[in-house]
Design a protein around this ligand. Sequence first.
Ligand SMILES: O=C(CO)[C@H](O)[C@H](O)COP(=O)(O)O
Length: 241
Amino acid sequence: MGMTPKIAPSMLSSDFANLASEAQRMLHFGADWLHMDIMICFLSFLPFPSISCRHFVPNLTIGAPVIESLRKHTKAYLDCHLMVTNPLDYVEPLAKAGASGFTFHVETSKDNWKELIQRIKSHGMIPGVALKPGTPVGEVYPLVEAENPVEMVLVMTVEPGFGGQKFMAETMDKVRILRKKYPSLDIEVDGGLGPSTIDVAASAGANCIVAGSSVFGAPEPAQVISLLRSSVEKAQQTSIQ
Ligand SMILES: O=C(CO)[C@H](O)[C@H](O)COP(=O)(O)O
């Protein structure tokens, strides 16, 4: 195992009214990536005449206009996590806005993941696939093993939708399985990560760590970022000994 640790503060926990300065603060504190949680409601006009709003998660956050605004203030890797029912619709707008990574959910993309990966790459972004805590890990194997594969798997360690939830330790089996099967794959974990949960995630094999409330809520965010990174580095050294 030799994947570079990436610490990605989840901007969902930032002060959205001061997004640019919050992002710069996190980068100054040592963040590698900025994790952007994109939750959008998909207005469905079918069956006519009822109009329904199909949410993938019970929350709304940001879309391409906010990514575009933030991009004007930073060159950082914007790690976009699409919690939407129709990710294909957002490939072009997010690429134009300046997104770096585009991670879609396997649950929303069973029929069109090949097209999605191809479109994400052709728009210059890095494709990743995410899975919810209840989704079997085997569902992402075809996407990792494809001729044109995803480059990261995001294992959700809480139900997607909100920051500040409790880390679900049972999701670590999926990380262990993925790390054993794909030694050089980027494996990201997201939800409830902080000083008390990082060691279990790092020793399971996660190398990309998303952390919202534990970083933004800390008196010294730089110390938390540094601790998350050293836990991943230590676990990686232990695993190669
Ligand atoms: O994807 C998310 C929610 O869907 C957030 O990124 C995640 O929950 C991080 O927040 P915290 O570290 O506070 O749990």
